[in-house]
Design a protein around this ligand. Structure first.
Ligand SMILES: *Cc1c(COP(=O)(O)O)cnc(C)c1O
Length: 447
């Protein structure tokens, strides 16, 4: 299947090309040319299937033409070594816990799937080169550049650790990432290099963007992005939505399903919208935001006005210009009416978020992280009679221990997996926020 650019100024490309380049040459985002419906029988039996089995069917539907069957099954099974349970909070509100992966964030699934898919295509490339050039056939490394304010870097670094043929450079703002997040990508070594930038997260993101736009760098090196602009990172997130439906159907609660997604770059919710296009019966979606509410403003006014991001307690959602907005517009053919029929929006201040953490713990004994708190609050305020709401709990509360403990008034247990990272030795390369320095470094150190 081919992938087209949301800017429509470039020829459609193969999955391999879309994954290994990230952004389209016309700066648009790649989208699959067709979203095939899954058969009726799949939905009839879905409640009896495991998360892995469900994901294998969905992956086959999305990528079956482009990745050999057995390899695709292996990629899915390697990616999903954990389950994502639903937990009842109160009456008709449920939490889908997406934080049971290696770095305790929902981004683990997309990052691991993308890493294995890139490795698959890198291998294929080597075999192709061997056939044409004999034993001298060599494939070039793929270099993944990723800017992070914390969560993306840890998920991507761990997802790509020791994957052959791929090197990851994580750019992060010095002194602005929590210690627990920092150690998750600075202690790994091997094919993971942490670049500690003397600047802000926005500087890191600009550096990465400049790198993708630099001709000399792109001729010398193969560069791709592991942010949710990459199709191999964002599409697999649709597995979660089928899993949520299956778990709710098993409880006979799936008829009027409302799914609420704490959103920043809107990659996760976009994967949900595509799940719906594949036939998943979801009544409606809610996009929950922190104070960065450009999407809510778009819903209200029909005008999309990106802004610089504002720092909040739910920092993985501090995005002022959500990149996947282009995909949402594309899915709905630019119809504001259609978008409003399917998605509603909410935005919460830091006070509202922290109050929700206290309230949900006091009333129901459930510990929310600041991102999930936006999701819970949105359902708490907006669900109507007869609807069943599932919000995606996107990070383990221990990742935001300081904030959460302050607002629940007791300790949050630190999972062993998270604790283990804190014992590693930090290795990072100091870097200025000047592009010429990054370029010089990459030309001399990347393969
Ligand atoms: C990345 C992230 C989000 C936002 O997801 P998007 O796909 O960018 O909308 C929400 N919560 C957590 C914990 C995250 O890490």
């Amino acid at each position: 299947m081919k992938y087209y650019s949301t800017n429509h100024n470039t020829q459609p490309v193969t999955l391999e090309e879309a994954v290994t380049t990230g952004l389209a040459p016309d700066r648009g985002l790649y989208m699959p040319e067709q979203i095939k419906q899954l058969p009726e029988s799949f939905f009839q039996n879905i409640q009896d299937m495991t998360f892995r089995q469900i994901a294998c069917c969905v992956a086959e539907n999305l990528f079956g033409e482009d990745i050999d069957h057995d390899d695709l099954q292996n990629i899915v099974c390697d990616t999903l070594s954990f389950d994502c349970p639903v937990v009842n909070i109160s009456e008709n509100i449920w939490s889908l816990e997406l934080f049971h992966g290696p770095t305790l964030a929902f981004k683990d699934v997309g990052a691991r799937f993308m890493a294995r898919t890139l490795a698959y295509f890198a291998n294929k490339d080597i075999r192709r080169k061997k056939e044409t050039d004999g034993e001298n056939g060599r494939s070039r490394n793929v270099n993944v550049l990723v800017a992070t304010s914390g969560d993306t870097g840890s998920a991507v670094a761990n997802g790509f650790l020791n994957v052959d043929g791929v090197h990851v450079f994580v750019l992060y703002p010095k002194g602005k990432v929590s210690p627990i997040q920092e150690c998750q990508f600075t202690t790994l070594g091997h094919n993971i290099t942490a670049l500690e930038v003397d600047g802000t997260f926005d500087d890191c993101q600009s550096l990465v963007k400049e790198a993708f736009a630099d001709n000399e760098l792109n001729e010398a090196l193969r560069l791709t992005s592991a942010n949710s602009i990459n199709v191999a990172r964002f599409l697999p997130q649709s597995f979660y939505y089928f899993n949520a439906y299956a778990k709710m159907k098993e409880k006979e609660l799936a008829d009027n399903l409302v799914i609420c997604v704490p959103s920043g770059n809107f990659g996760n919710i976009t994967a949900g919208l595509l799940a719906q296009r594949m036939g998943l019966p979801v009544k409606r979606f809610i996009a929950a935001n922190n104070a960065n509410d450009v999407f809510l403003q778009y819903l209200k006014t029909g005008v999309y006005t990106p802004r610089p991001s504002i720092m909040t307690v739910a920092n993985a959602m501090d995005v002022g210009a959500p990149s996947n907005f282009a995909r949402i517009i594309d899915i709905f053919n630019n119809s504001h009416d259609e978008i409003c029929k399917t998605i509603s929006g909410c935005a919460y201040s830091d006070d509202e978020i922290t109050h929700a953490i206290t309230e949900c713990y006091k009333s129901y004994g459930y510990i929310l992280d600041p991102h999930g708190a936006c999701g819970w609050l949105a359902l708490h305020e907006n669900l109507t009679r007869g609807e069943v709401g599932v919000f995606l709990e996107t990070a383990h509360p221990a990742k935001f221990k300081n904030i959460v403990e302050r607002y629940i008034g007791s300790k949050v247990a630190m999972p062993k997996r998270l604790e283990a990272f804190t014992h590693g030795e930090k290795q990072s390369i100091q870097m200025t926020a000047i592009f010429a320095d990054l370029k010089h470094y990459l030309l001399n150190n990347a393969k």
